[in-house]
Write a protein that binds this ligand. Sequence first.
Ligand code: ZN
Length: 356
Amino acid sequence: MFTWYIRAVSKPSLQRRVVRAADDVLSEQSYVAFTDVLARLGWVHPVNIERWRTGRLSELEQVVPVPAERVVQACEHLTAWARERGLRAEDVEYVAGTRDRRPLQFLSGTTSDEERALRTHWFAPDAAPAQREKVVEKQSKAPDLVAIMPTREWECADCGDTGGFLVMEDDEPLCLDCADMGHLVFLPAGDAALTRRAKKASGLSAVVIRWARARKRYERQGILVEEGALERAEEQCLADADARERRRERDRERRAQEDVEFQGELSAAVRRLFPGCPQGRAASIAWHAGTRGSGRVGRSAAGRALDERAVTLAVVASVRHTDTEYDALLMAGVPRDEARDRVAADINGVLRSWQA
Ligand SMILES: [Zn+2]
């Protein structure tokens, strides 16, 4: 009986393995699908589930290394586990990501009831109805059709022709014409809004991928869409661009108006603090300090509040550049600090004369 004991420890029963897998899945998401359990059991790689969903396998069974009876048993264990825990069953339709959008089969030779059990998604009792609906809708949706940009020479399995795109059906390459997709045009990736709109407007579309050898994975290149859909999407995007331009124009006008008002107030504030400052000069100081985007003192928060110090700083900056040799000193290579020191007395002289 010792050998029996070893076997039991090293190879837990299928039921226990299914229960553990299902518990694990449910701890990570709000539902458990049989495909999740299959992947967790190590019976099928997620990549192969994806191949099946996109219609490249006629049955999932083709890539599952255990007999169909074992798969059915595992599913029965899952159903029992779910019933025991009071999970809620939702029926999900699996549709192939192929032109015909055919229903997917787990196993060959199963009845529709058996297939339904294999497709059932089990939801935690506290999963909200809206959440359940969302998952069911997403799972029942056919995956995007996929077209491949070949990196090697290839031949269509139907007509023997070749071309810039191929579509895999039941693991055979077809040209776009033989896949009934010859009327689609290629829109390269890059403009997200245009892509989204074109895809939405297109009755038939496909994601285009290409094998990137260096990265060892398929990468998205763009989409194939109906020409009319692409044209409509382009028009919408242009209309949007026009609308954006009009809004920018309105914003510019509003800001210019705000600037004019602010500069008027700043100019008046300069004249209040420095009555001797000529009107034109005050206006020029205000214009200089108050132009949007200039980053000058007049546009700081304090400047906008027309705080006395900020107004004085704007006037000092103007006097330094206009009424002293400061700029000439800088041009002559005098360091900034030293140049400021050398013109300080001149600036104070001008300010005093304006205060009088
Ligand atoms: Zn062909």
